[in-house]
Structures are given as C-alpha cells and as structure tokens.
Design a protein around this ligand. Sequence first.
Ligand code: HEM
Length: 147
Amino acid sequence: EKDKELIRGSWESLGKNKVPHGVVMFSRLFELEPALLNLFHYNTNCSPTQDCLSSPEFLDHVTKVMLVIDAAVSHLDDLHTLEDFLLNLGKKHQAVGVNTQSFAVVGESLLYMLQCSLGHGYTGPLRQAWLNMYTIVVAAMSRGWAK
Ligand code: HEM
C-alpha cells in the first residue's frame, strides 16, 4: 500500500548512508534525553557529548540500530517474521537498563532525522507511515520486558 511505498522510497537514499543519518538521530536522542548516554558504559567519561558520538563503540551501536531499521524496511510485507528477533532485542535492552518509555523519544529522534534529511519530502503521510512501522517494531521489542 501507500505507507510501504513512502517508506521504501525514502529509505532508498537514506539507507545508503546509514551511519551519518544514525548519528543525526542519536545526537538528537541524547539532546532530548541525555541520561541515556550513561547506559553506554564505554561512554561514561566523555564530554562533550560530541566526543561520545564519534567513539567506535558508539558508532557500532548506531550501525546496529540502522541495520534493524533496514531489516524492518525490507520486511514491510512480513514484519511478523522479525517478532522473535525483536523480542530478544528488547530483552537485551531491558538488561542494559533501557526503559520502554525511552522508545517514544527514540521515535521522535527518528522523525527528526527523517525531517532533516528529506526536507520537503518529509510530508504528513510519510511521517505517519514511518511512525506506524516504528510503532510495530517498538511493540515487538517491548514484549521483551514482560515478566
Ligand atoms: C545493543 C543501548 C535503542 C539495536 C545495545 C547495547 C546498549 C544499547 C547499551 C549493548 C552494547 C552495544 O551493543 O553497543 C541502547 C539505548 C537505546 C537503544 C540507550 C535507546 C533508548 C536501540 C534501538 C535499536 C537498537 C531503537 C534498534 C531498533 C541494538 C542492537 C544491539 C544493541 C541490534 C546489539 C544486540 C546484540 O548484542 O545482540 N543497545 N539501545 N538499540 N542495540 Fe540498542
């Protein structure tokens, strides 16, 4: 449907430059919720924040996040096949101290990155399409917190 076209069309260009776009997204995330930086233990004593953002371990995580988004975009027709993977990914994030509420802020940061990179291409329907996909991904990850 229309949502999938919008997502695939926009990811076609963004997906070629995953790391820089991921850095924009996470810079925004740490601006909105600086405490999240402490969950990355390899970054406990770097300041300013910008130094953390260029550490190899951090860029590694950014790359991992972008690859998960890439997988979701590739599986728009059968997102349910990622359920087990995402549930386990959620469990890992619970273990490192992430709170499910933070995923809302991650979502905002994702939209911010899309807006920055797409400019006029960032339309209401496109925003909604991404939000819908992100909500499915986060719902699956959040099941990892269930007791
Ligand atoms: C692993 C933090 C959001 C994907 C990790 C690790 C930390 C972490 C501390 C373990 C160390 C590492 O592998 O670098 C966070 C924080 C987040 C966040 C604070 C924001 C609230 C996300 C999101 C995704 C993601 C949104 C993907 C949609 C991954 C992956 C791994 C990982 C794929 C590797 C898991 C593995 O080792 O199997 N994350 N993360 N993270 N994160 Fe995140």
